[in-house]
Design a binder for this molecule. Structure first.
Ligand code: URA
Length: 234
């Protein structure tokens, strides 16, 4: 997602009847307000979520939105799909058409999906360097052994991308169940990691991304993130 910023004079020329050069006069006459404060320069930056008012008329009022959803199985992580229910179909928010998905889950994977219209925030969360923990509960078709934890902590070579996965932590919960912590999100990563042992993943559920956890949110339900969840320093 590209960051949507522009200089004030350019923004005014693109969003009103005034030209780039008219903006100097508008600023001098204190006719423009940015986030409730009088604009003082034509060079001020108008960002994606700056509230811009000219002569009492709002030119831009784009509120950032951050939502978590507990995705049920059989729902597509896409904004549109002709055949299946999408994660957006499960969300009731007036700005839902602006939202994008931060880290997709497969069709039958359940659990935490984040959605936002804030490209800078989702970029930060998704950057490989941020190394945010993503925790999954996994149910396997064959019994687990301690060898899995050792191999996952060393990393597994993915020939298609020519990469070795980052060290991952596996806690074996029972014979067929484990909790896996990844710091990255390659395509079908969990299934491919267990595929190394020819062990099929029967159920996969994401419980958290960084410090954001589902924490009792029911399947198919969504809620707005709290300020501490959004503002956490990654
Ligand atoms: N890894 C997978 O294989 N599938 C997902 O949906 C998420 C991680």
């Amino acid at each position: 997602m590209k960051s949507k910023t522009s200089r004030l004079d350019r923004f005014i020329s693109q969003n009103s009847m005034f030209s780039l050069s008219d903006t100097r006069l508008l600023v001098a006459q204190k006719r423009i307000f940015l986030d409730g404060k009088v604009a003082y320069s034509t060079q001020q930056i108008v960002s994606e979520f700056t509230h811009v008012v000219l002569d009492g008329t709002c030119l831009k009022d784009n509120t950032p939105v951050y939502i978590m959803l507990n995705k049920p199985a059989g729902v597509v992580c896409a904004t549109k799909d002709v055949k299946h229910t999408t994660v957006l179909d499960l969300i009731d928010h007036p700005q839902k058409s602006e939202l994008h998905i931060v880290g997709r889950l497969d069709f039958n994977t359940t659990g935490l999906v984040l959605l936002t219209n804030d490209g800078a925030w989702s970029r930060k969360i998704s950057l490989p360097e941020t190394k945010l923990d993503k925790i999954y509960d996994v149910t396997l078709s064959k019994p687990l052994t301690n060898e899995y934890s050792e191999v996952f902590s060393r990393g597994i070579y993915f020939a298609y991308e020519n990469i070795t996965t980052q060290p991952a932590r596996l806690e074996i919960v029972s014979e067929y169940k484990a909790r896996l912590t990844l710091t990255e999100g390659k395509y079908h990563q969990v299934k491919r990691m267990f595929g190394f042992f020819q062990n099929e993943v029967l159920a996969l559920h994401r419980i958290s991304v960084g410090h954001i956890t589902l924490d009792g949110l029911k399947a198919g339900h969504s809620r707005l993130l709290s300020i501490p969840e959004i503002r956490y320093e990654y």
